[in-house]
Design a protein around this ligand. Structure first.
Ligand code: KIV
Ligand code: ZN
Length: 388
């Protein structure tokens, strides 16, 4: 049996995730999510795109100052002004990373960048070289890499390595790739790009055809060790690889694909419901891992099986991801003591006015619903107290 390979989780909820249509997070909301991501154990938090707005700059700067146990990342185009602005936001971070991207497909180079291949190569070289004088951790991403000429992509990656990039990322920007095809591209790059064995290789998948998790798993099998994800799969169009699904697939199928991550699985449900509540984007009931039905068994045959042995129909126990079995906790006859107990069991500490307000909202809710579920309590605890 092989030693498990360490897989680094790069969370981009606060950057690519925030590009989900209609989503706009303020600095306080971003900080609250970042602190929960730190508890969850992600390795990298991409906190924003500092040159894009003052709000994004402030968010990256605030998170860089507050988060100690994960690297904090700021996105830039391959332009000196973007890189300087990102560094200004990141410089106080315990572990800063500058992330530079430029498109590598002929389609994007012609219609979006209006640049030739030679110009893109030069922009990559000079921008990575500049970033490397500021920060020792520099990620270079090729946008639309999966629709690029593989030979040109290889040349671009070789230039970025020579200029000082420490991580290279293959972006499946429009979710175009098929799992085996993506693995083939990664193997080709690993076999042909000089120096690639000395850098971290990352994959960034979008979910346009529902293949983001499958593509990310395939990329891991082909040698990628950093996986870009977002909580609840938030992101442009159909979103990005959902952290909770990818991490749990790795955990459940560890014997098939021996890997390990730094994720604290018990924090998964908490993180997903916090992000859902702050972003005001409800989780679909059939959402894998964290949807309301993910651990419910409706048919009599299934219920009977699960009562005899949960393994019959459950490949993950709800407790593993921080969900209490059956989820039914309290109703309108429950008192303050039971409410407080349940909060504590769920790892939520509220006191004083916040506790009073949450309890009052709980009672109002219990009057309208037969049962108040864990996910309702989670939402109550996460509600902005001013709104209560
Ligand atoms: O999807 C994409 O190409 C991106 C890049 C900025 C890495 O998000
Ligand atoms: Zn993306």
């Amino acid at each position: 049996m092989h030693e498990p390979r360490k897989i680094k989780i790069f969370d981009t909820t606060l950057r690519d995730g925030e590009q989900a249509p209609g989503l706009n997070l303020n600095v306080d909301e971003k900080l609250e999510i970042a602190l929960q991501l730190e508890k969850l154990g992600v390795d990298y938090i991409e906190a924003g795109f500092p040159i894009s707005s003052t709000g994004d700059f402030e968010a990256v700067r605030t998170i860089a100052g507050a988060v100690k146990n994960c690297a904090v990342v700021g996105l830039c185009r391959a332009l000196p002004g973007d890189i300087d602005r990102a560094w200004e936001a990141l410089r106080d971070a315990a572990h800063p990373r500058i992330h530079i991207f430029i498109a590598s497909s002929d389609l994007h180079m012609e219609y979006k960048l209006n640049m030739t291949r030679e110009q893109v190569l030069e922009a990559a070289r000079t921008s990575v070289r500049h970033a490397a004088t500021l920060c020792k951790d520099v990620q270079f991403s090729a946008e639309d890499a999966t629709r690029s000429d593989p030979a040109f992509l290889g040349q671009l990656f070789a230039a970025a390595i020579e200029a000082g990039a420490t991580t290279l990322c293959i972006a499946d920007t429009v979710g175009y790739s098929m799992p085996e095809e993506l693995a083939g591209l990664i193997v080709y790059l690993r076999n042909t790009v000089p120096g690639i064995e000395n850098v971290q290789l990352a994959i960034h998948c979008h979910n346009d055809m529902g293949l983001a998790v499958a593509n990310s798993l395939s990329a891991i099998q082909a040698g990628c060790t950093q996986i870009d994800v977002t909580i609840n799969g938030l992101g442009e169009r159909a979103g990005n690889t959902p952290l909770e699904e990818l991490v749990m697939a790795l955990y459940v199928r560890k014997s098939y694909l021996p890997t390990e991550t730094n994720i604290c699985h018990k924090q998964i449900y908490r993180t997903c419901s916090l992000v859902s509540s702050i972003c005001n984007i409800p989780l679909p009931p059939n959402k894998p891992i964290v949807g309301a039905n993910a651990f419910r068994h409706e048919s009599g045959i299934h219920q009977h099986g699960v009562m005899k042995n949960p393994l019959t129909y459950e490949i993950i126990s709800p407790e593993t991801v921080g969900v209490k079995r059956n989820g039914i906790v309290l109703g309108k006859h429950s008192g303050r003591h039971a409410f407080e107990e349940r909060l504590l069991e769920m790892g939520i500490t509220l006191s004083g006015e916040k506790l009073e307000n949450a309890f009052r909202r709980f009672k109002e809710l219990a009057d309208k619903k037969q049962y108040v579920l864990d996910r309702d309590i989670e939402a109550l605890a996460n509600e902005k107290m001013t709104a209560i």
